[in-house]
Design a protein around this ligand. Structure first.
Ligand SMILES: Nc1ncnc2c1ncn2[C@@H]1O[C@H](COP(=O)(O)OP(=O)(O)O)[C@@H](O)[C@H]1O
Ligand SMILES: [Mg+2]
Length: 363
């Protein structure tokens, strides 16, 4: 049985308490149903379960249950947390010390995991990318959206950020021969902007049926910063089969922060919390090798007579994403995307149009 099912369904309390994530197919009707996926099972088997590990350390089943209730089911997942975070979540300091100190050693020893690669070996492994479904955007991004990395789409309202997110939630599901990852998507929606209608229209353009895509996109709507933070940190692993995801979307990352933490006196706290959230997103990208895509708003910069728009979030977000794309509305239904930051690609601009079918090349 899928480990995840066990966590969610075995414990009635958890089942009743945490039914915040829905796939489109079950939206408003039922709590999330997680399908049994062979690939995922394999991956989980590869991982060291907490029970096995705890047995070795002589740690009691009460702690095991506590960790499982937090969605921590493997040593890898345990290592997503810092010691301070585990203590904050209610694990005793004594146990945490014992756990974290030994976890890394054990995982290396047992899995004989390679940690240093030569440039040549990395080249051979290659980058795992998936198509945006739009040639010009793929070109801008050096082939598509990269897994294990964070990609930011910033832009004024109506510039196409949400449409891009919807499209990516579909294209990640495409089979590899069509440029996808044959994987699922998680859509963290902070603006109530998610639309299954858009997903279905976009899917039909890529010859994916409504029935196929509807249970492969998980949607969670969060109403404030705290909900967003807690979801990412705890509920996510508990409610979503993370191993099956190829893409995690946060649309938009910044809106709640901008609305709730206002004024100069809250600025430091706001930046710190945005930074912390991005750090968590990076942990997922890194540990599960999935793509994280988030959207950002823009602020107006006035410098003498020169006015221009730049992504919001200040220096924290300047450093968070691996790829940053700034979107600008152009004529009619077209927008211009500029890659403003990338560790390996030049600064370029391309045009795309927004249609009933999603994001498309202009010609
Ligand atoms: N079904 C549709 N057909 C064509 N265009 C659409 C459709 N739905 C939304 N759009 C266009 O998408 C634009 C909004 O893009 P969106 O991605 O929501 O912007 P934002 O950057 O604010 O997230 C609007 O200009 C709207 O005209
Ligand atoms: Mg939007």
């Amino acid at each position: 049985m899928h480990l995840h099912n066990r966590v969610i369904y075995k414990n009635n309390r958890i089942r009743q308490q945490y039914n915040t994530v829905y796939t489109i197919g079950y939206q408003k009707i039922k709590i999330i149903r997680i399908s049994i996926c062979l690939v995922n099972k394999e991956k989980l088997r590869e991982r060291l379960s907490i029970r096995e590990y705890f047995h070795e350390l002589g740690i009691g089943s009460v702690t095991v249950k506590k960790l499982e209730a937090l969605g921590i089911r493997s040593v890898e997942e345990l290592l997503m947390f810092t010691k301070e975070e585990l203590v904050d979540l209610g694990i005793s300091e004594r146990v945490v010390g014992k756990l974290v100190i030994n976890a890394r050693q054990i995982i290396r020893k047992k899995k004989n995991r390679k940690i240093v690669y030569t440039a040549g070996e990395l080249e051979q492994r290659g980058r795992r990318l998936f198509t945006t479904g739009c040639k010009s955007l793929d070109g801008l991004l050096g082939g598509g959206i990269e897994t294990g990395a964070l990609t930011e789409f910033a832009g004024e309202f109506g510039s196409g950020k949400t449409q891009i997110c919807h499209q990516l939630a579909v294209t990640v599901q495409l089979p590899p021969e069509k440029g996808g990852l044959d994987a699922k998507a998680l859509y963290i929606d902070t603006e109530k902007a998610f639309s299954w209608e858009r997903v279905y229209s976009i899917a039909s353009r890529f010859n994916l049926s409504k029935d196929y895509v509807k249970n492969r996109i998980y949607v969670v709507q969060v109403a404030n910063v705290e909900e967003l933070e807690y979801f990412v940190k705890v509920d996510l692993r508990r409610e979503v089969p993370v191993e099956e995801l190829g893409l995690m979307i946060v649309d938009s990352l910044i809106s709640h922060f901008r609305a709730e933490l206002i004024g100069l006196d809250k600025l430091a706290q706001r930046q710190q919390r945005i930074n912390y959230l991005c750090n968590w997103l990076f942990r997922y990208a890194f540990i599960y090798n999935l793509a994280v895509v988030y959207t950002n708003q823009v602020t107006q910069v006035v410098n003498g007579y020169v006015r221009y728009k730049k992504p919001a979030g200040g220096t924290v977000l300047e450093h968070a994403a691996t790829y940053r794309i700034l979107l600008r509305k152009a004529k009619e239904n077209t927008s211009i995307a500029t890659l403003i930051d990338s560790p390996r690609l030049p600064k370029l601009s391309v045009e795309f149009k927004i249609t009933e079918n999603g994001i498309e090349d202009v010609s």
